[in-house]
Design a protein around this ligand. Sequence first.
Ligand code: T5A
Length: 214
Amino acid sequence: MPQSGQQRGLFITLEGIEGAGKSTQQEYIARLLIQRGHRVVQTREPGGTALGEAIRSTLLAHTGNHAISHDTELLLMFAARCQHVDEIIRPNIEAGITVLSDRFTDSSFAYQGGGRGIAAGRIRSLQQWVHPDLNPDLTLLLDLPVATGLERVGRRGESDRFEAEELEFFEAVRSTYLDMAAAEPQRFEIIDANRNLAEIQDNIRAVLEKRAIV
Ligand code: T5A
């Protein structure tokens, strides 16, 4: 539903493992939302601000970063997120603009929780600190087999620090995502991302129409 300048904008997030097609589909969703009258800001995590992008470079780089501890990794994700919420997400939503983010806090539960094994309660306490009253209105979980996702990103060549993880890591990430989606069906929509682009886009459009977003 298009918003006037007075209404709060929507907060929509894209989640999924590497190669699920989040960046690819984000472009499609942004175009669709704009066609249907939304004002849209596209952003991503980690990143979205100058500071967040600097933290992203540190987190994704290989060289010299092997010693990042799991807790440090989690805290850096939330440091980047804190700036992102304050500088980009909250002001835009309050201005009636729909914010479309490639990843948000669900990524921390999936990767640092499911993948690294940090207790969910510790992640929840950071979530409560950084954005106690802000949550996505809709989260599209692009789901596909780990091997397919990794094969897609493998075609790009160089892998980043996360992409270099073992298959079991990504299996744990994927299953944490699926558990979260099952626990919160009112917020999550699972999209089968193991199909061609047109089929996935049809599915996403149908979901946005069903939820009266477009
Ligand atoms: N992270 C992040 C955490 O650990 N904790 C956190 O709290 C946060 C916020 C970010 C890393 O940080 C971690 C998770 C990540 O490891 P990133 O580079 O942003 O790093 O990682 P991704 O978001 O996973 O980005 P990717 O590019 O790897 O995946 P996408 O965006 O899901 O996939 P996309 O669209 O770039 O597509 C990948 C390739 O597949 C092709 C595309 O053309 C592209 O070549 N493709 C398809 N091919 C066939 N059929 C389809 N349907 C296709 N869709 C896309």
